[in-house]
Design a protein around this ligand. Structure first.
Ligand code: PTJ
Length: 245
């Protein structure tokens, strides 16, 4: 269906249709549509824009990723439907691996997501098939971790997931950066840095920041991560949502 650009909810409708296309192609989970609806509701409360607190978190996240030895971007069906080329470009800029990690896992979906990433320029995609170890304490399919990827990562970027994996990854000693429009989610509660922004805005913002910051000295990047106060930032976002209402 062609959505007229003049439609007042154009951007929002485009996102819905990206998910529907992914569902038809077979790589978006049916429940992914429900998860997107939850995200939309929170985005509405934020005014569908990147708020100041999200900008701060995006800056701290890019600094942390640039400081990391082995950063990994974990992707699921929704993430790849919404911003496949953005994920590939951002991974290249911060020198991160891309690993597929699915809650509703099937080998078919893993293969399809890999195909989409390759079409968008990715060179290597981890997390397909049998080569995995189990994250302690996670019994679902999300507990899979590629030994060359999430298993050995020091920092994992986890978009669009409200689950127990963040807590388990933190217990393994990793930094976890979440992108989640819901500031009350379990992921937001445990993550080292939570970016409360729509992934369709967060990834382009982080691409810009990575281009600006890629040559900065370590001390300058470290100052940014040290000065970022995750708990305070989240509190301010919740207050902002309450005031907005
Ligand atoms: O592809 P799979 O099999 O791994 O399944 C993916 C889903 C999304 C179905 C699965 O991870 C899931 O059930 O997710 P949850 O627990 O519903 O969490 C998704 C979180 O992402 C929610 O807190 C939403 O608010 C948030 N969210 C949804 N859309 C966006 C978003 N956050 C940022 N940008 C979005 N566009």
């Amino acid at each position: 269906m062609k959505i007229p650009k003049s439609h007042p909810r154009y951007e929002s409708l485009v996102q819905r249709h990206l998910l529907l296309d992914g569902l038809k192609r077979g790589y978006v989970a049916e429940a992914g549509l429900i998860a997107h609806g939850r995200g939309e509701a929170f985005d509405y409360l934020l005014g569908e824009r990147t708020i100041k607190e999200a900008k701060n978190a995006e800056r701290a996240a890019v600094a942390m990723l640039l400081l990391s030895e082995n950063p990994v971007i974990s992707v699921n069906g929704n993430t790849i439907a919404l911003t496949p080329e953005g994920i590939v470009e951002f991974a290249r800029l911060i020198n991160a691996k891309i690993e597929i990690n699915l809650f509703y896992r099937t080998l078919k979906r893993e293969r399809l997501i890999k195909e989409v990433l390759l079409e968008n320029g990715a060179e290597e995609v981890l997390g397909v098939g049998k080569d995995f170890r189990r994250i302690p304490g996670i019994d679902s399919e999300r507990g899979r971790a590629d030994p060359r990827g999430i298993w050995s990562a020091d920092t994992v970027l986890v978009p669009l997931e409200d689950g127990d994996r963040t807590e388990a990854l933190i217990k393994m000693g990793k930094n976890v950066i979440a992108i989640d429009l819901n500031p009350l989610s379990r992921t937001s509660e445990y993550a080292t840095i939570t970016i409360v922004d729509n992934i369709v805005r967060a990834i382009p913002n982080m691409i810009k920041l990575a281009k600006e910051m890629e040559d900065w000295e370590r001390e300058r990047l470290e100052r940014i991560t040290e000065n970022f106060d995750e708990k305070k930032n989240l509190k301010e976002i919740i207050l902002r949502m309450r005031k907005g209402l």
